[in-house]
Design a protein around this ligand. Structure first.
Ligand code: AP5
Ligand code: MG
Length: 213
């Protein structure tokens, strides 16, 4: 099962992709997570991506298309994958079609998770993530039992460099200008579905499972 999770920053793509990955036994491919790892490692890709990510802009298409092209060719993607945060421009969507055709693959579902902008700002500015296992937390909706410590693995919780209010508002503008048009690319294919991301997390997950079967 090959899936695309779309939606603005903070819609819940990562939160839901992690759970769907476990339930269906397919990997979550988050370009944001991959780019943050590259920045942390100080690799060539990381050095090129850092400034755009910190300002809330998009990293260039050639970089992310290269990353995804390599990743979907790995063996753990043979039975499916969840693209979380890719494609984010129409050019990326077109390149993905080509990459999939070359491998005789296709996308089964494109799911757009929607939410209101003010809720998104509140979600992102309250977010933290475990630096060890990747579990996500939120100071209001999903607080850890012990401040700064992951409930699941005891790892330290970290806040992303682009999760301050000014950058979040820029990310939302970039989403409207460059990523919302990708919806038009998929809308008329039978595989496009929308899920209300303003529901609580369990209900969003239930809605996704209903669609995915
Ligand atoms: P990326 O890491 O993809 O960030 P994003 O799209 O801005 O999305 P987020 O990860 O912030 O939100 P999310 O939808 O995953 O929400 P989450 O589940 O965490 O990209 C970062 C940067 O990398 C980009 O700005 C760009 O520079 C670059 N980049 C990445 N991909 C690229 C590409 N393809 N092309 C070019 N550049 C690229 O949830 C958010 C919070 O809300 C959490 O605290 C969570 O607990 C909480 N929450 C989730 N669901 C709910 C709910 N239903 N109710 C209440 N709270 C909820
Ligand atoms: Mg995410």
């Amino acid at each position: 099962m090959n899936l695309i999770f779309m939606g603005p920053p903070g819609a819940g793509k990562g939160t839901q992709a992690r759970q769907v990955a476990v339930k269906y036994g397919i990997p979550q491919l988050s370009t944001g997570d991959m780019l943050r790892s590259a920045v942390k490692a100080g690799s060539e890709v990381g050095l090129k991506a850092k400034a755009a990510m910190e300002s809330g802009g998009l990293v260039t298409d050639d970089i992310v298309i290269g990353i995804i092209g390599d990743r979907i060719g790995e063996s753990d993607c043979a039975s499916g994958f969840i693209l979380d945060g890719f494609p984010r421009t129409v050019a990326q969507a077109e390149a993905l079609e080509k990459l999939l055709a070359e491998r005789s693959m296709k996308i089964d579902s494109v799911i757009d998770i929607t939410a209101d902008n003010e809720a998104l700002v509140a979600r992102i500015t309250g977010r933290s993530t475990c630096s060890k296992c990747g579990e996500g937390y939120h100071k209001q909706h999903k607080a850890p039992a012990k401040d700064g410590v992951c409930d699941k693995c005891g790892g330290a919780l970290a806040t992303r460099a682009d999760d301050n209010e000014e950058t979040v508002r820029n990310r939302l503008e970039v989403y409207e200008a460059q990523t919302a048009p990708v919806i038009g690319f998929y809308k008329d294919s039978g595989s496009f579905k929308t899920v209300d991301g303003m529901q609580n997390m369990d209900d969003v997950f239930a809605s996704l499972c209903n669609i995915l079967g």
